[in-house]
Design a protein around this ligand. Structure first.
Ligand code: AMP
Length: 114
């Protein structure tokens, strides 16, 4: 299992506000939210970056998105909309090297990518 801070959350070694968990992934609120809703969806298997996803793990990446969409429906903001982002390496702004999907919602988000 990953030894990043997210690995510690998965192993319950440090606390987090966990909103969803199954055998393959965990979701918890971002400690420094960039929108009224900011949840991270993290596979439990250690994968450092999107570059490291093997073809056999394509379904797992899909499950991150489906879990985010299910959360949006459950929380009632699916129709209003939301944004899903995966940052990769330094130019992508990645700071925690365990693959994760950001779900941002709760207000009209600014356009643009830089
Ligand atoms: P990234 O920059 O894409 O690697 O995203 C890492 C995210 O993890 C940032 O949005 C951080 O605010 C968030 N983060 C870091 N430590 C924690 C933590 N202990 N609990 C929840 N979120 C965290």
């Amino acid at each position: 299992m990953s030894d990043t801070i997210f690995g510690k959350i998965i192993r319950r070694e440090i606390p987090a506000d966990i909103v969803y968990e199954d055998n393959e992934l965990i979701a918890f609120k971002d400690i420094s939210p960039q929108a009224p809703v900011h949840v991270l969806f993290v596979p439990k298997t250690p994968i450092a970056t999107l570059n490291d996803v093997a073809p056999a793990q394509a379904e797992l990446v899909g499950k991150l998105f489906l879990a985010a969409a299910a959360y949006a429906r459950r929380e009632g903001f699916a129709d209003d909309g939301y944004r899903c982002v995966i940052n990769c390496n330094s130019h992508g702004g990645q700071t925690v090297f365990q693959l994760h999907l950001h779900l941002l919602a709760g207000q009209a988000l600014r356009g643009g990518f830089a």
